[in-house]
Design a protein around this ligand. Structure first.
Ligand code: AMP
Length: 310
């Protein structure tokens, strides 16, 4: 099934208790499209980069089946740049720098061939107004629209964000952002408030504490795999989103039951991302490694109960 993702292709400078990087290639859409490439043979990207973005990294994406016909390259401008520093527990971070650069004037162009043939749409982290434009510029509404966003956009573009929320099926945000968006501390209450804003499905990511899926009266909890090595959590959320929508697109089944499986695949891929800085680990996985990790999740979370013996 056809999958289109939007989001940043960017430079990141990251500091964690385990080290520090200079500018490395990151960005929401980089992680999303790499994760999705393990599920769909061809996924499409609408985004923008400056002339400074390394061409060999674009070639890498293409060689993994990522279609970049919707990528604009502004030769005279600079790519989006983000810098962040993680706290000791690595579950929270401070944004040190956000330079929008090429994003400031981004006007997304959707290739004609995508307009009536996008079944799955991943609206990755970008200005809400751009996310809205992409939705409005498609001539046929996708079967499933997933939205990711972050506190940065809640702080500066809440009205636009509320407009996009009305039009999407699934929202993925972290626990802190769910509290900010809803004004509620309890995540159950936050989920209720947020789903009234539009999305029928809500996924709240809790970092090393797993993820929650809410839909109607139903709730599902997926653990995160306890890992011996967590080096850099950057991109975990985007990897999760790319794995989630990639699995749904591959299986073409948007039922709640299948979303549970998609969450486990997303979580499994994210567990690899955090083991190295940037995209290093995510780029070099084999299908067998992914299946083995999914099996670890199943083992971690399954148990039998013999009530008669109690
Ligand atoms: P995550 O760790 O999954 O929340 O996402 C980290 C990625 O998001 C980094 O690679 C950044 O380049 C990108 N990013 C950070 N801030 C923004 C923003 N305001 N808009 C879009 N992408 C961003």
């Amino acid at each position: 099934m056809s999958l289109l993702s939007i989001g940043t292709l960017a430079f990141d400078a990251i500091e964690t208790p385990f080290g520090k990087t200079d500018k490395i290639v990151g960005g929401a859409c980089t992680y999303i499209s790499l994760a999705a490439s393990y599920f769909v043979a061809r996924s499409r990207v609408v985004s923008v980069v400056g002339g400074d973005f390394p061409k060999d990294r674009l070639n890498d994406l293409q060689s993994r089946g990522v279609d970049l016909d919707g990528l604009q390259i502004k030769e005279d401008e600079k790519s989006f740049f983000w810098s962040g520093k993680y706290h000791t527990d690595m579950n929270s971070r401070d944004t040190l720098v956000t330079e929008l650069n090429v994003l400031e004037s981004f006007d997304p162009i959707i290739p004609d061939s995508y307009k009536d043939d996008t079944s799955y749409l991943m609206l990755g982290n970008l200005a809400p107004v751009v996310q809205l434009q992409v939705l409005e510029r498609l001539s046929v509404r996708p079967k499933l629209v997933v939205l990711d966003t972050m506190n940065f956009w809640m702080d500066i573009a809440m009205d636009d964000l509320k407009k996009v929320l009305k039009k999407v099926d699934v929202l993925t945000i972290n626990d802190e952002e769910a509290r900010q968006l809803s004004g509620e501390y309890s995540l159950v209450k936050a989920a209720e408030v947020i789903r009234q804003m539009g999305p029928k499905y809500l996924i709240i990511k809790k970092g090393e504490h797993g993820a929650l899926l809410f839909h109607g009266e139903d709730m599902f909890f997926a653990p995160a795999l306890p890992l011996a090595e967590v080096v850099d959590p950057t991109g975990a959320g985007d990897t999760f989103a790319g794995g989630f929508i990639g699995y749904l697109a591959k299986t073409d089944d948007v039922s709640f039951e299948n979303m549970k499986r998609a969450i486990i695949y997303g979580s499994a891929l994210a567990s690899f991302t955090v083991e190295r800085f940037g995209t290093e680990k995510l780029e070099s996985l084999t299908p067998d490694e992914i299946e083995a990790r999914v099996a670890e999740f199943i083992k971690l979370a399954t148990f039998n109960m013999d009530f008669a013996a109690v």
